[in-house]
Design a protein around this ligand. Sequence first.
Ligand code: ASP
Length: 439
Amino acid sequence: MKLHMQILIALGLGIKRNWHIFFGIILGIFVGIFMHGRDLPIVSALLTFIGQFFIRLIQMVVIPLVVSAIIIGITSVGDHKQLSKFGTKMVLYYGILTSAAVIIGAILALIIKPGIGAAHYINSHTASAVQQSVETAMAQQQNTLNLILNFVPSNPFHSFAMGDMVPIIVFVLLFAVALAKVGDINRPIVSFFESVFAATMKITDWIMFFAAPGVFALTASAVSSFGIDIFASISKYLLVLTIGFAVQMFVIYPLFLKFFSKVSIITLYSAVAEALMVAFGTASSSATLPLTIACCEKRGISHKISSFVLPLGATLNMDGTALLQTVAVIFLAQAYGVVLTPFLLIQICLLAIIASSTCAGIPGAGLITIALILNGMGLSPEQLVAGFAFLFTIERITDMMRTLVNVASDTVVVSAIADNENEINYDLFNDPSKYQDIA
Ligand code: ASP
């Protein structure tokens, strides 16, 4: 049987186990289409409420989970040589996959040329209701260096309070490495965080009871806000993105796993199907993180590896975002007649790798950091504003798709590293009938 068929069947098996979440997505799409253009304030308010209720619940456990997972993960590795080996491998693997994503995005955008002739359509969006978001993105553009400076928290508690994931991770990583270095004296703190981790995983289980209605409401709200007519006018742009995401999921990831491990992509997708569906519904890798960890750990990937690699991946590894950013920038360049020299293309690809990894795993973040790439493209301020406004109009659906790819990529890397380090229980991983349910 062809590989893509096997993968679809595997996803189907994962979905079967958690069909109610999948059903929530499908029903959400239909309800969203029905609601588009209709004035149903009470229903929309109710959907927004249910969706936000679910997102808030999972966001609630993200910080305690990330902190405890990283601390336990790093201190359990202990030996700093082994730690730097994991760390180097993780950066290398994440780097390979993100580079593949930007290259695929660039090739597809250059072949299909979605931007040619699109300037008129883009310009008609300038005065839309997304002005506020456009202004935020434009302000970011002037602050590229600040973006990097902001990685270092001057007050970690402020970062915790604000939920700024990158500075939180920088601090927790340093703290965890220091704990690992001080030896046995770290026991009380490590046991404390072991309890925190176990309790937050339990809460995640409970929250998953709300996954189906939550994902339904989020999908319905998203679809009702843009309808399906938008697809016709920007079909080429969406086509490039969809093909790009599919190539990444069904060609690059399987090849990567074949080359670097003996993990079967089919089994992996089946094991993490719930996380992929929730990533699609929430458009947030960070919010999905508790579930990503739960899927991996309950299905055979060791805690030692997943607790270290997944939190970092949810924040730094964004293949789907990198692919979208590359395509979006080339799209705007084509629309406005910017000559794409080989040098400019390389610059776009490199900046997309950086911009995607500096973006937080929350909805919409990838579009804001795109400003980093657009800077220096030679577009006029008016063109930039129009370009952003246009991208914002179709933001949610592309965000849902790219977040699913982002989370899939994290699970590919974690399973490859776990395989390399003999940290997968293959008896469990390869036998979905033994999988523990989440919730
Ligand atoms: N929403 C994406 C994520 O959470 C980030 C992005 O906006 O691209 O992974």
